[in-house]
Design a protein around this ligand. Structure first.
Ligand SMILES: Cc1ncc(COP(=O)(O)O)c(C=O)c1O
Length: 360
């Protein structure tokens, strides 16, 4: 049997571990921050019709510039954005990879405030760049001063700001973003994967784009849009950044079927996002209930809750697993993370957790 380390693999990939959240068929899967509500029936048929029409032309390569989809995202984001300021790819992971391929790479450095999204270091290293981890306060917040000082000291080519942050749920004040931008010379990516779950009056970094040509705001259809399986992420930035991304993408990277599905889903954005309030209600219910059970719930503007004061996260994770409930051990000592599911799934999780606490 050949082992990985026997292959002539790049030296800088030796010893790395791939992304590997467990994919197991448990009745209640709340471990990867998906939207556990299916695509509503009322829009599913229109999406299917669009895919069917695109299928008739799949003998041809798709529109390399995904023109209709970029127009759809520009409309959805508003703020006067133009289609030439939009980029999209197969999930925001690929969007972030494109940014790193263009602005990271060998001899360069990317920076993020940990704990944060676990793919940032993996994507960074896969492009041959160095990953530098900054720090947060003990409650996972960031102040403008501390964030700017750390970025100035690290002098990165690419900065990741996860707003709100995964896996902690922490909101990111807009003045932290502007302070980091001022303190840096590189690309500043604000990853707004969960922004639709923030309070309605929360300010998006999209509003900061004017006059900031190094700022990039990435989003995804995987969370609030309930479209994780379709793999669609996007970003908004200066048109010159989009030109840079064209240099590194594979030709025709977004399939005609993906483009058709995503454009159709965007036409029904209101319905697709219809479950957001319900998910936010379940998230807040989780926070209140785990607190009542004696855990510490960290404030969350996302569709998940990180809770602390867990004596033995591994044992609690396993006991929940044995009861058919899959959540996430993100490796933060004494913490676990759970996604807000449907009311029924959330109840199943909370009941299972309560039964462990009562020794039932
Ligand atoms: C903060 C953050 N960014 C990006 C992603 C990637 O999402 P996708 O590639 O499905 O768009 C995730 C997924 O969990 C995430 O948590």
């Amino acid at each position: 049997m050949t082992r990985l380390e026997d292959l002539p693999i790049r030296d800088d990939l030796r010893g790395l571990v791939p992304y590997g959240a467990p994919q197991v068929a448990l009745p209640v899967a709340l471990n990867v921050n998906e939207n556990t509500h299916p695509v509503p029936d009322e829009v599913a048929s229109d999406i299917l019709d669009s895919i069917a029409r695109a299928l008739r032309d799949v003998n041809r390569y798709p529109d390399r510039e995904f023109t209709a989809l970029r127009e759809g995202f520009a409309d959805y984001l508003g703020n006067g954005l133009l289609p030439e300021q939009i980029w999209a790819a197969n999930g925001s992971n690929e969007v972030l990879q494109h940014v790193l391929q263009a602005f990271g790479g060998p001899g360069r450095r990317a920076f993020g405030f940990t704990p944060t999204y676990s793919m940032y270091p993996l994507l960074t290293r896969a492009t041959g760049a160095e990953w530098v981890a900054g720090e947060r306060a003990s409650d996972y917040t960031l102040s403008p001063q501390s964030a700017a000082d750390q970025v100035a000291a690290a002098d990165p080519d690419v900065v990741f700001l996860c707003a709100p942050n995964n896996p902690t749920g922490t909101p990111l004040p807009i003045d932290v973003i502007t302070a980091v931008y001022e303190a840096s010379r590189g690309i500043v990516i604000v990853d707004e994967a969960y922004i639709e779950f923030a309070p309605r009056d929360a300010v998006s970094a999209i509003s900061l784009l004017g006059g900031r040509e190094r700022l990039v705001v990435s989003r995804t259809m995987s969370k609030a849009f309930a479209f994780a399986g379709a793999r669609v992420g996007y970003l908004a930035a200066d048109p010159a950044i989009i030109d840079a991304l064209r240099l590194v993408r594979l030709p025709y990277h977004l399939s005609a079927l993906t483009q058709a599905a995503a454009s159709a889903a965007l036409r029904h954005a209101d319905v697709m996002l219809g479950m957001v309030d319900e998910i936010v209600a379940q998230r807040d219910r989780i926070s209140a209930t785990v607190e009542a059970l004696g855990f510490r719930a960290h404030p969350s503007w996302t569709n998940f809750v990180l809770f602390g004061d867990v004596d033995d996260p591994r044992a609690t994770w396993q006991a929940l697993y044995d009861r058919g409930v899959l959540i996430r051990d993100v490796g933060i000592p004494h913490h676990l993370r759970v996604t807000a599911g449907t009311a029924q799934e959330t109840t199943a999780f909370l009941d299972a957790l309560a039964s462990l606490e009562s020794g039932a």
